[in-house]
Design a protein around this ligand. Structure first.
Ligand code: ADP
Ligand code: MG
Length: 486
């Protein structure tokens, strides 16, 4: 085991390469469907298979999706795009080469803002975002000696988001990946599902002495299928590399694979064994020019981004950071909440109710906010009833809210009246009740007057009972204190 003291000498440096499958209907260079879960080798045109004489054609939507991501990350958008061939042999690569972008990515640079658990924020610098096509899938069945290949995935459009080596902890890596997932989902360009492989991440990891100017030698870790596993891989690599260095050994630049069962990594191939991909410009595709007009039309089509809504919730609605982060976690919830805030200006109450009863209901029933049965108007009306003191918040959440969920047509005020839940906050009608309580308990009143102030609770209990739980506690307490001190 490494001592904390030894670990503390070193800084981990991480650069991530994230592949996101684009949600286009058809493939990057062919018309076959990108749908997931079909019978193997049913979505494979002659173009996807690279038959001689076939010609690829660029999918316009894929270009637009990549540009959207670039705009969301403040990247510079390349106007003159050429594609390149990356040549290698692998069973899941039917053409024998992958069409990708080599020297000129569609998005250059950019930043992704992240927030850490200590409340601090920072921007992760991107190197680039480029477009390419996915490979097929090799399938190794249990007990089968042969490898099966499914080419359905081959040709699916991908963007690869590449960061600078500027991520300095596993926590930052996790926050970055969460932010990327959130962004692609807000933009509606990728479903962000890491378990199903629509979002995949390779981690480049190195260590160096703290304060060093030069980066250490990196390893590239592959095959992590969850954010949690990326964190585990980084932590494992940090320990492994620091141990090597502390023992006077050298780190070799290599590609390693992560094993989720053991939480460890193992070498796959070293840099020297790396292929020479013989990149050259794809001769079958003409350059893709992104005109001012086209760029503008993509720009005006951009949806609200998580950071915009976050800012709005904090600055316009005055919500705490915690609330804003919670509410912008998913686009649907954020937009729903924003709609709710068009119906009421009780923003903090709206936030509490969204994070509380509404979210609990969604979790319990496993439905999305789109299917939530209570309209934003109804909920806003309920919040106003609480604010006006007509119903208490516990009555609202325990009695009225369930009724609104059961019956879409129900109106909060009607429900409160029908169930006889309207709070008595009118001093004139509360006064006789309180006087009755005091008249019935002369001894307790005397004890109170001689200093037993703790009896207030007893009197309030009596008032609540007599009013069938409908007395507004605030008004009743005030009135009770006045009458007792008379
Ligand atoms: P390669 O030529 O090995 O593919 P690149 O320069 O293309 O390397 O970088 C690939 C990824 O590795 C990028 O995300 C980059 O930030 C990251 N990276 C490069 N050098 C280091 C390093 N020393 N430590 C950690 N990550 C690094
Ligand atoms: Mg690279």
């Amino acid at each position: 085991m490494l001592s904390e003291e030894k670990k503390n000498k070193y800084q981990v440096v991480i650069g991530l390469e994230v592949h996101a499958q684009l949600l286009t209907v058809s493939k990057m260079f062919a018309a076959d469907s990108t749908e997931f879960g079909n019978l193997p080798n049913t979505l494979i045109s002659t173009i996807t298979l690279g038959h001689p004489g076939t010609l690829p054609k660029v999918n316009k939507k894929a270009i637009e999706y990549a540009v959207k991501m670039g705009l969301a990350c403040h990247s510079e958008i390349t106007r003159y795009n050429i594609f390149s061939r990356k040549n290698y042999f692998y069973p899941d690569l039917p053409k024998g080469y992958q069409i990708t972008q080599d020297k000129g990515p569609i998005c250059v640079g950019g930043i992704v803002p992240i927030r850490l658990s200590d409340g601090s924020a920072k921007d992760i610098q991107l190197n680039r975002i480029h477009l390419e096509e996915d490979a097929g899938k090799s399938i190794h069945l249990e007990g089968e000696a042969d490898t099966l290949v499914d080419f359905n995935r081959a040709g699916t459009p991908l963007i690869e988001i590449v960061t600078e080596p500027a991520i300095y902890s596993s926590e930052e890596a996790y926050a970055f990946l969460s932010e990327i997932k959130k962004l692609v989902k807000y933009l509606d360009i990728c479903d962000g599902n890491m378990e199903e492989g629509s979002l995949r991440c390779d981690a480049n990891i190195s260590v160096m002495l703290k304060g060093a100017k030069e980066l250490g030698k990196k390893v590239e870790v592959k095959n992590m299928n969850s954010f949690r596993n990326v964190v585990r891989a980084i932590e494992h690599e940090f320990e492994r590399m620091v141990t090597l260095l502390e023992n006077g050994k050298e780190i070799i630049s290599e590609t390693r694979t992560f094993d989720a069962d053991t939480g460890t990594t193992a070498g796959m191939r070293t840099k020297e064994e790396l292929n020479d991909y013989r990149y050259f410009p794809e001769p079958d595709l003409s350059p893709v020019l992104i005109s001012e007009e086209w760029l503008h039309s993509i720009q005006v089509d951009m949806p609200a981004l998580p950071r915009d809504l976050y800012k709005k919730f904090v600055e316009e609605y005055g919500l705490p950071d915690y609330d804003a982060a919670f509410l912008t976690e998913s686009k649907e919830l954020a937009l729903w909440f924003d709609e709710l805030c068009q119906e009421t200006s009780l923003y903090k109450a709206a936030s509490n109710w969204t994070m509380g009863p509404v979210k609990s209901y969604l979790n319990e029933t496993a439905i999305h906010i789109q299917g939530f049965p209570v309209s934003t108007q109804s909920l806003a009306e309920l919040l106003e009833l609480i604010e006006e003191g007509k119903v208490s918040s516990s009555v609202a959440s325990q009695k009225i809210f369930p009724e609104l969920i059961k019956n879409k047509e129900a109106k909060p005020l009607q429900v409160a009246q029908q169930l006889n839940l309207i709070q008595e906050s009118d001093a004139n009608s509360l006064q006789p009740i309180i006087e009755e309580v005091l008249n019935e308990n002369p001894k307790k009143v005397a004890e109170f007057k001689s200093g037993k102030k703790g009896l207030t609770g007893f009197f309030m209990g009596q008032v609540m009972r007599k009013s069938n739980g409908k007395a507004d506690p605030k008004v009743a307490t005030k009135l009770l204190t006045e009458l007792l001190n008379k």
